[in-house]
Design a protein around this ligand. Structure first.
Ligand code: SF4
Ligand code: SF4
Length: 276
């Protein structure tokens, strides 16, 4: 039996939790709810500063919103859990949007600057949403913008994408030159004509202070404990300092040269900064 009342309750509580758009579609014997949280790309960081990716901040915010939502649904007696299956982007297509050449999901209003969270319920859904009508026109802007050559006319080569490497314990040497912020890469998205949002506020951090280990607690709060690990954040700050040729960071980088986790990266950066 179709249960519109319960579906409406999920949507209402999802909006109350903070999500900006909620869509649903039938899935197996129940349904999936797609919860969208948009963000804006960050304005360029000022001199001596580095930005934290707005995507990772938004994703963590959405994760916390979803936890609250699941709690509220449990209180209301509605079975719901975080969807752990694969193919989220393909499933989201059942409710609209399209997938770009860069393999990202595009929402009609928010473009690809959106964090998607999915809740699975046993609510029986009458229809399967409104399938996406538009398609990526393959303009090629993202191909040209990608520093790693990860996108071709056939799509994304995941293993070549900076995102596949930028959150590892140590950035591979060949990828260091592509680091322009803390966590991730949004170059292909910034170049896409479907992303019309103007750059917004950024979480920028003083480079030298970051290298000295400050702000890590705040960053962990913003992006969660996994992405906020010292070796990831400080390691990328070291790389960014070298890429930006930010000579005032030399002493702080030098102090990290013997560090167990970021020492090798710091020694590499030190040589670049000495010439800056
Ligand atoms: S930049 Fe062009 S080719 Fe790439 S995802 Fe956007 S519309 Fe598609
Ligand atoms: S996220 Fe960066 S590295 Fe990955 S495809 Fe886009 S531009 Fe290329």
């Amino acid at each position: 039996m179709i249960e519109p009342g319960k579906a409406e309750l999920v949507k209402e509580l999802a909006y109350e939790a903070g999500f900006a758009d909620v869509r649903m579609c039938a899935h197996e014997s129940g349904s999936l709810f797609f919860l969208f949280l948009p963000y804006r790309p960050a304005k360029p960081a000022g001199y001596g500063k580095v930005n934290l990716s707005n995507y990772y901040i938004t994703s963590q915010k959405g994760y916390l919103f979803m936890k609250n939502l699941l709690l509220r649904l449990a209180q209301e007696g509605v079975y719901a859990e975080e969807f752990q299956g694969t193919g989220v982007k393909q499933l989201a297509l059942k409710t609209g949007g399209f997938i770009g050449l860069n393999s990202l999901y595009y929402h009609e209003q928010y473009g690809s600057f959106v964090s998607i969270h999915v809740v699975k319920t046993n609510i029986v859904c009458g229809d399967s949403g409104a399938p996406g009508q538009s398609e990526c026109p393959k303009c090629g802007n993202c191909i040209a913008a990608c520093p790693a050559g990860a996108i071709t006319g056939r799509g994304l080569c995941v293993s070549r994408c900076v995102r596949a490497h930028s959150n590892e314990r140590r950035i591979p040497a060949g990828y260091r030159g592509f680091i322009y912020q803390l966590l991730g890469c949004e170059r292909c998205q910034a170049a896409c004509p479907f992303n019309r949002a103007a750059p917004g506020e950024a979480y920028s951090f003083d480079l030298v202070e970051l290298l000295e280990g400050k702000h890590l607690k705040q960053i962990r709060t913003l992006v969660g404990p996994n992405y906020g690990r010292r070796r990831i954040i400080v390691g990328q700050a070291v790389i960014y300092a070298a890429n930006a040729h930010y000579a005032p960071a030399l002493a702080a980088v030098e102090a990290l040269a013997g560090d167990e986790f970021v020492g090798e990266t710091a020694r590499w950066a030190r040589e670049i900064l000495k010439k800056s």
